[in-house]
Design a protein around this ligand. Structure first.
Ligand code: 3PG
Length: 307
């Protein structure tokens, strides 16, 4: 019998859990659950006898893979797979997958909500501005970026876009101008929404030089990853540009300093919540379970992300 571990430091919503377990039970698989675990040793113990793992942002590194002797597949229920050591997975013959698109609407809605929050003085009663007529730059044109583009248009915003990883971007049927360079994207964006993956190319890539190109009064929105921001550059930017605002769904290392100094120009959610909707949990969790079943039953590797 196949054993599937659901290891989520940040658990799925109860409605999602019910459906995920249903998919696995229907296939005749045994489900092991490790939620809200306090230490890595709990994860190391839990993976020992399982054939498959479903995780969210939980780290699956070489140490985990070393003890998971029976493991054949790990699925990241979500988009970004920077938490999986892909090289180690490949070395050990473990298939790694993500569930692209399944939580993208939830993240996109949060990104837009963050723009409104900053435009309306953090909902603290002060005067604000509107999104209508403003230019939003979408940096990263995957499922989330495209969804942000679409919703922004509903607000009457102009949308420009660029993707750092692909040269030919399909934004059809969106009325989006694809700009020529990252510099141009930042220079023209009154709101800039980050939807780039974390990898060697993007790490620390949003630096002072880029941020400082943004127009007066600009807001940078980060629902991607903390590590894509050069935090020294961010601190310098907030210090030198009293018009600049930064809002993030991932707490920066320098959070306490920024929160103390820039009450209305900086905000971070206390815990990453972009994909924290029951809909996104159901979509991503069920997709992960179905992908595991399809892999074991039919060797379906459609969403494989390691070579
Ligand atoms: C993702 O990459 O799918 C999002 O960042 C959501 O991550 P989470 O599952 O940890 O909330």
């Amino acid at each position: 019998m196949k054993r599937v571990l659901i290891a989520t430091e940040k658990p799925f919503a109860p409605s999602a859990m019910e459906q995920i377990k249903g998919v696995l039970a229907n296939a005749g698989y045994e489900v092991k659950l490790l939620e809200k675990y306090a230490s890595k040793s709990d994860l190391l113990e839990a993976v020992k006898d399982v054939h498959a793992i479903i995780v969210r942002s939980d780290i699956v590194d070489r140490e985990v893979l070393d003890v998971a002797k029976e493991l054949k597949i790990v699925v990241r229920a979500g988009a970004g797979f920077d938490n999986l050591d892909l090289a180690a997975c490949t070395e050990k013959g473990v298939v790694a997958m993500n569930t692209p698109g399944q939580n993208s609407n939830a993240v996109a809605e949060l990104a837009i909500g963050m723009m409104v929050f900053m435009a309306r003085s953090n909902f603290k009663g002060g005067p604000g501005t509107e999104l209508k007529g403003k230019t939003v730059g979408v940096y990263g044109c995957g499922n989330i970026g495209r969804r942000v583009a679409r919703i922004s248009q509903g607000f009457g915003m102009r949308v420009i876009a660029l993707d750092p990883c692909v040269t030919k971007i399909s934004m059809d049927p969106y009325d989006v101008t694809v700009v020529q360079s990252i510099a141009e994207l930042f220079s023209k964006s009154e709101y800039l929404s980050l939807h780039i993956p974390l990898n060697e190319k993007t790490k620390n890539s949003v630096n002072f030089e880029l941020m400082n190109r943004m127009p007066k009064g600009a807001t940078l929105v980060n629902t991607a990853r903390k590590e894509v921001i050069d935090e020294d550059g961010l601190k310098k930017m907030l210090e030198e540009r009293p018009d600049f605002k930064y809002i993030s769904d991932i707490i920066p290392s320098c959070h306490d300093e920024l929160a103390a100094k820039y009450e209305l120009r900086y905000y971070s959610t206390p815990k990453k919540q972009g994909a924290e909707t029951s809909e996104a949990n159901v979509n991503a969790g069920v997709a992960a379970a179905e992908q595991i079943v399809a892999f074991f039953e039919n060797n379906d590797q459609t969403y494989r992300v390691n070579k």
